[in-house]
Ligand binder design. Structure first.
Ligand code: ADP
Ligand code: MG
Length: 453
């Protein structure tokens, strides 16, 4: 059984979860021949203002969780609490209030009513609340305008594209200004451009309106929008992983985390499936024949190199020297290979650092072109890629721009990816990754730290 990491994350500040399940089991067809346990011992905490992804393969129980939160599928054991209350104890009126004012929902299939206008679809949830027509219409138009479909109010849903339909259903879900937005595979039926638009809308609802958003997805590329990802498999919560690229709503106490290798890996590679993490761990093991003492010695030697208190040749000597004599104990060829790599990288990063400093001072750097050429030559050699003249000149400009900080990592990636016709280098994924990987290592080392010599 895979360890459940979520249990080890304790929030640092006292805040009540907006949604919580405790040891929740959900069983379909309970007591019948076709009884099926879809959710097992599910513990989840979602805090106000979070954007959460429930992520996992088809059939793992994501929609089942959705229905349980929605109040239409009662857990067979355990608890579910919304704002501290059990929705399954609500009276009929309280349930209507809950489902119309506390929770907004959107589905993969939109579920718009085709025989009434877009506007009527959007304001339908208000009809049951006795709100006058002019008020409903004002609210509906506001939302449609906001999501970029204001001019479609009088159309019928059949005339809309998928992306537009989903934005109508987002407007409908927000019409009563609920606290929580539940979205079940909201982009499952959309092309990538429409998906992006819908994701932006959800992001805005989370950021600007401060709504708690829970999105169900099996598409890993959408996880970047979320604060935390809840990985599910076979009806269980495997782990929850905070997105390191987003400022968290809740500060989690990392000290309390049990440090296992897989857990560390899962923080470094938050969007990997547990299986992928296991692969990483194993490959790491196969390539990493060094023991702790060796790694410790290697780190110390690398540090001396980074601090420039040791030269390349001494470094190689230490790598090659036997353990008993304070070395790392690597064979000669491997010691040379590593020393070459580290030496090259640090030399380039030193150039990058100098280059950046001159640039900041506004002075001309006479070796600029030479540096860029060297870098380019090294990168192309190292990555073993063949480039024609056009590609080389575009890559050279990109290298220059990245070194001088004119473009970010993401922009470099795009230039490397785009075809030459569109001003890119047109590299495949492997080559792009090699280049970007080397570059980021280089720039990390090239950052001016305390030592300003
Ligand atoms: P997901 O949304 O992650 O694709 P679901 O929550 O829809 O998964 O389904 C989880 C599991 O429960 C699946 O194995 C599915 O076959 C089963 N299941 C879903 N709905 C029912 C139902 N009404 N009766 C019996 N089994 C169901
Ligand atoms: Mg589903």
């Amino acid at each position: 059984m895979f360890p459940c990491f979520h249990a080890s994350y304790a929030p640092l500040i006292k805040m009540e979860p907006i949604i919580q399940t405790k040891h929740m089991d959900v069983v379909y067809n309970l007591g019948k021949k076709n009884e099926f346990k879809a959710i097992t011992d599910f513990n989840l905490d979602i805090y106000p203002g979070e954007f959460i992804a429930l992520f996992g393969p088809s059939g793992c129980g994501k929609s089942t969780i959705f229905y349980s939160i929605l109040g239409i599928l009662q857990p067979s054991s355990g608890e579910i609490l919304i704002k501290g209350e059990n929705p399954y104890a609500f009276s009929a009126n309280e349930m209507v209030n809950y489902q119309s004012r506390i929770i907004g929902i959107i589905y993969q299939a939109f579920f718009l009513i085709n025989s009434i206008s877009v506007m009527d679809n959007v304001v339908l949830p208000q009809a049951f609340l006795g709100i006058p027509w002019w008020k409903r219409k004002k609210r509906g138009q506001e939302l449609l305008d906001r999501f970029g479909i204001g001019n479609k109010a009088e159309n019928f849903p059949m005339l809309l594209s998928g992306g537009q339909s989903q934005r109508v259903s987002v407007a409908r879900s927000m019409v009563n200004n609920p606290d929580i937005l539940l979205a079940d595979e909201p982009t499952g039926n959309l092309d990538s451009k429409s998906s992006e638009q819908v994701m932006r809308v959800l992001d805005e609802i989370n950021k600007k309106d401060k709504k708690t958003v829970i999105m169900i997805t099996h598409n890993a590329s959408q996880l970047v929008w979320c604060h935390r990802v809840f990985y599910m498999k076979d009806g269980q919560l495997l782990r929850t992983v905070p997105n390191p690229d987003k400022k968290q709503i809740i500060k989690f106490d990392r000290q309390k985390v049990l440090v296992t290798e897989i857990e560390l890996l899962s923080q470094m590679f938050p969007y990997f499936e547990p299986e992928d993490l296991k692969v990483k761990s194993l490959v790491n093991y196969l390539t990493q024949d060094l023991d702790f003492l060796q790694i410790d010695r290697l780190e110390k030697a690398v540090k001396l190199m980074i601090l420039r208190t040791m030269g390349r040749d001494n470094f190689q000597e230490i790598l090659n020297a036997p353990l008993a004599r304070g070395g790392v104990g690597l064979p000669r060829t491997r010691a040379k290979f590593l020393a070459d790599k580290v030496g090259q990288l640090l030399k380039h990063s030193e150039d990058v650092r100098r280059y950046r400093r001159r640039m900041n001072e506004g002075t001309f750097f006479s070796r600029e072109d030479k540096l860029i050429n060297e870098l380019l030559y090294y990168i192309v050699e190292e990555a073993e890629i063949k480039l024609d003249r056009d590609q080389k000149s575009i890559l050279k400009q990109a290298v220059r721009d990245r070194v001088s900080g004119l473009i970010r990592k993401e922009e470099l990636e795009i230039i490397l990816k785009n075809p030459v016709k569109k001003g890119g280098v047109g590299l495949d994924k492997t080559d792009r990754e090699k280049i970007v990987f080397y570059f980021e290592k280089l720039l990390t080392q090239g950052i001016d730290t305390a030592n300003k010599s």
